[in-house]
Write a protein that binds this ligand. Structure first.
Ligand code: PHE
Ligand code: ZN
Length: 875
């Protein structure tokens, strides 16, 4: 070990305090100046005062004489030692929280001691207390709130973690990797030591201490290794962990079968906590979950919740390879792990259930979240160029559009070549911190693709618009498809280059109902034509089948053509899409004051619900009217009141015109007993759709039927849907059902969230008053992110309510952002984007939205999280 002398070359440059937060740029990436091959952490755990001793082996990386810089956020060193010697006050300094140590040698042992107070940590980043537990959240930059460390994902270390805690309050002590030692200390305290053999970035560090019970199981890997699985929850919640455990075992088997990826430790633990900023976290060998993605039973979880548990358990498990074994070089590469892992969890869920319905749901999520983001002031590329606060970049673009990029590559390669590409990627970069470019190169070589133009998908923000015009020449029996692409300007990117867009296409013969070859057309130019031969009859275009590219397609399909596709397209997504487009066209007509063509919609809905060949879950998706928000996206200027009125009226007409059918469906889909089979889930989904139309029809007994479903249901899927249907109206059953629901579930936080959320989503004229009152309810708290999202997050997504002309909805959300920012800036920042959509609204609304953004920005002591989002939203 080279130990030259300390204290030489002290560069005491104190960084000036800047008013607005610094911008971090991708182009500024430099390899780390120091590496940390090993770290030992020693925790004396206590909610009020935890001591953290960290011993780092540090190695100079390359030839330079720079100091060691260890990130810290709110930390004060109690003691610092280098190679065993205590440093004096003038041998170190803090720069904006970062500990700067001038070191002369190339390898040293650096020890720091800090004290932190988990119970005061309301940001839920770093080490914090949640419901009697102590737990950590380190991604993206939480580790620096626990100890001084180069907090960046390209510094990989081997961890040894020792925890000491009071044995009665914290009988269970968990960390990453494998348990190696534990015992009593004789003074009421005990200890445990865990080691993780796989070098990892600090954002994957985790520990949990608490009084937890375990659902224990095992999994035998493809090479025959035994893995001990544990899902750790409060004792009373153990019966609600079965679905998560099954999902975990299914995920492990699926990743072996589909990607050839085996689990690599002897232990895999999951812990559920009630207070959590996101869905879950993939810490190596110790995933920590928001309890809403672990706990499920028929009494409290909807089918959607069950699917959420399955999908998130899989997502975090899949990160063990796409994220942990191969991690990210820097946070600009976030989509490398998130886009790929979302793609993997989407396909897993499709394999576990219905491919058709899963694709429809995923596209709906993409359009509702990502298309809106891409079309506003916060639009950014899948691989961003700059950020102020990385927490703001856990976005639908990074996750969901990122997944679509992988999906397009998989489509272009085909299953076998895609697998060859991912094999090469994993093998080549195992143990490394990689980039999106590395993934693309592995795909080019392994899957034999030319992705030169495709790379633009990582660089250019904005949703491409594709115009598709099909013309037919009966004389030559040919059809010509002319495609034009246009990518709108986005912040910092006024001009765009044409992208490579794979569009799965088929031409239907309207006479025979059959279609020609289903092929992937590659649109690579701004304008391009494709010739189809042997097209005898007037063809009907089915394009972007399966939603092969994340683009907005405009066609010149007539309403009869759309009705044809809605009834005959054999690609389920395209069929659903045709139905949606049919509805959109009619609704846009109604909004513009001309309600024409509604009978075609009614007939298409009748066709779907009377077609015995269709599966119930698909029918339920197909007959659902596009959301108010989606309709807003189709308009130049969003008119929330006109949209609501038009949609409501069409719903009423469909309800009334097909009333006997809705009654019949509702009656015959009531199952004898609860099951999670795809057929049973589909039946519930269709039953809820039928109830919704039945109530919308205005039938006098509608509310009573809904109330009966609410009261008699043996599962939350039907109970909550009935409650939601009632919540939209003004019936006396509304208040009764809400009261019953509250009294039944007041002591179960996850289910009480549904009570808040159902009311916040309600299409009710008094919504703003109701949400304001719920904000003063004794069970409402800003300290719990799930509760905030259930009420305020849901309300901000309720287009009609949030955009009420009074502007009070805006003020309500802004008030919450300001208050929450002092407690939990990350969660506060995620409420800002709805206010940033002001350009899409009329002058009066836009002015009120801007006013709230300005008020937020003028708040003294604002976090950089909210400052970045509100500032960009005003630009
Ligand atoms: N990496 C987590 C995931 O997607 C998300 C997350 C980010 C959780 C930051 C917590 C904090 O699986
Ligand atoms: Zn993830």
């Amino acid at each position: 070990m080279a130990t030259r002398h300390l204290g030489c070359g002290m560069a005491d440059i104190i960084a000036p305090q800047t008013a607005s937060p610094a911008v971090i740029r991708r182009s500024d990436y430099r390899p780390p100046a120091w590496l940390v091959p090993d770290i030992e952490l020693d925790f004396a755990l206590d909610p009020a005062r935890t001591q953290v001793r960290a011993t780092l082996t540090v190695e100079r990386n390359g030839a330079h004489d720079g100091p060691l810089r260890l990130d810290g956020d709110g930390l004060v060193p109690v003691a610092i030692r280098v190679d065993g010697k205590v440093l004096k006050q003038d041998q170190w300094h803090l720069e904006d929280g970062t500990l700067v140590l001038p070191l002369c040698g190339d390898r040293h042992e650096v020890e720091t001691l800090v004290e932190i107070a988990p119970q005061d940590n309301s940001k839920l980043m770093g080490l914090y207390a949640s419901g009697g537990l102590l737990c950590t959240q380190c991604e993206a930059e939480g580790f620096r709130r626990i100890t001084f460390f180069p907090d960046r994902p390209d510094v990989l270390s081997r961890y040894r973690v020792r925890m000491v805690a009071d044995k009665s309050a914290y009988p269970i002590l968990l960390a990453n990797g494998d348990p190696v030692e534990s015992g009593d200390l004789g003074d009421g305290r005990h200890y445990a030591v865990w080691t993780d053999p796989y070098p990892k970035p600090c954002y994957l560090f985790a520990l949990v201490a608490g009084d937890l019970a375990c659902n224990a199981d095992r999994f035998v890997t493809m090479s025959g290794r035994q893995v001990r699985l544990g899902i750790w929850v409060k004792e009373a919640d153990i019966p609600r962990t079965a679905h998560a455990m099954q999902a975990l075992k299914n995920s492990m088997a699926w990743d072996e079968r589909v990607y050839g990826r085996e689990y690599d430790l002897d232990v895999f633990n999951i812990v559920a906590v009630d207070d959590f900023n996101f869905g879950a976290m993939e810490n190596k060998g110790l995933n920590i979950f928001n309890s809403r993605y672990i706990l499920a039973d028929p009494e409290t979880a909807t089918d959607l919740d069950y699917d959420g548990v399955e999908g998130v358990v899989a997502h975090e498990y899949f990160h063990n390879w796409s994220g942990n074994r191969v991690t990210c070089r820097d946070w600009f590469q976030l989509s490398l792990k998130e886009g790929f892992t979302v793609f993997r969890d989407q396909n897993f869920s499709a394999d576990m259930g219905s491919h058709a319905v899963k694709r429809i749901e995923d596209v709906r999520i993409l359009r509702a979240g990502q298309f809106q983001e891409d079309n506003g002031p916060l639009a950014h590329p899948v691989r961003p160029e700059s950020y102020m606060e990385i927490s703001n970049f856990y976005t639908a673009t990074i996750y969901n559009k990122g997944a679509e990029l992988i999906r397009m590559m998989a489509l272009m390669a085909g299953p076998e070549r895609f697998r060859a590409g991912t094999d090469l990627y994993f093998d080549r970069h195992d143990g490394e911190a990689a980039t999106c470019e590395d993934f693309v190169v592995a795909m080019e070589e392994g899957a034999d693709l030319d992705l030169r133009q495709f790379r633009l998908w990582y660089e250019q923000a904005g949703t491409p618009r594709v115009k598709a015009l099909l013309s037919h020449d009966p004389a030559t029996a040919t059809a010509t498809l002319t495609l034009e692409q246009q990518i709108p300007p986005t912040p910092g990117q006024p001009d765009k280059k044409p992208m490579a867009i794979p569009l799965r296409t088929a031409l239907f013969d309207s006479a025979t109902g059959a279609h020609g070859r289903d092929e992937v057309l590659m649109l690579t130019e701004a304008r391009q034509s494709f010739l189809f031969e042997n097209v005898a009859h007037g063809p009907i275009l089915s394009i972007n089948r399966g939603f092969s590219a994340p683009v907005i397609v405009e066609t010149n399909l007539s309403q009869p053509d759309l009705a044809f596709l809605a009834a005959h397209d054999d690609d389920p997504f395209a069929r659903y899409e045709a139905m949606q487009q049919l509805m959109v066209n009619v609704l846009i007509g109604r909004i513009a004051g001309s309600p024409v063509g509604e009978d075609a919609v009614i007939e298409a809905v009748r066709g779907a619900i009377t077609n015995p060949a269709l599966d119930a879950a698909f029918v339920a998706e197909a007959v659902r009217l596009p959301s108010e928000a989606y309709l807003g996206d189709q308009m130049e200027r969003v008119d929330p009141d006109a949209i609501h009125a038009a949609r409501d009226a069409l719903q009423q007409r469909i309800g009334a015109a097909l009333e006997p059918l809705w009654r019949d469906i509702h009656a015959r889909t009531g199952a004898a007993s609860f099951s999670l089979s795809p057929a049973a889930k589909g039946a519930r989904k269709l039953r809820n759709a039928a109830l919704h139309y039945l109530v919308a029809s205005g039938a006098a007994d509608g509310p009573a039927i809904a109330f009966a479903q609410f009261s008699e249901a043996d599962n939350m899927t039907e109970r909550q849907a009935a409650l939601a249907t009632l919540a939209n109206g003004g019936s006396e059953e509304r208040e009764a059902a809400l009261d019953i629901f509250y009294n039944r579930y007041a002591s179960d936080p996850l289910t009480l969230d549904k009570w808040f959320q159902t009311q916040a989503f309600a299409l009710h004229p008094a919504i703003v008053d109701q949400v304001a009152e719920l904000g003063r309810h004794k069970d409402f708290t800003l300290a719990n992110p799930n509760r905030v999202r259930a009420l305020i997050g849901a309300f901000a997504a309720n287009q009609w309510g949030f955009h009420q002309a009074s502007g009070r909805g805006y003020a309500l959300v802004a008030d919450c952002i300001v208050a929450l920012d002092r407690i939990n800036p990350q969660t506060a920042a995620r409420l800002v984007p709805p206010l940033g959509r002001w350009r899409r609204f009329d002058g009066a609304r836009a002015a009120m939205m801007r006013e709230q953004l300005q008020r937020i920005l003028a708040t003294p002591g604002l976090s950089k999280d909210v400052m970045e989002q509100a500032g960009k939203s005003l630009d």
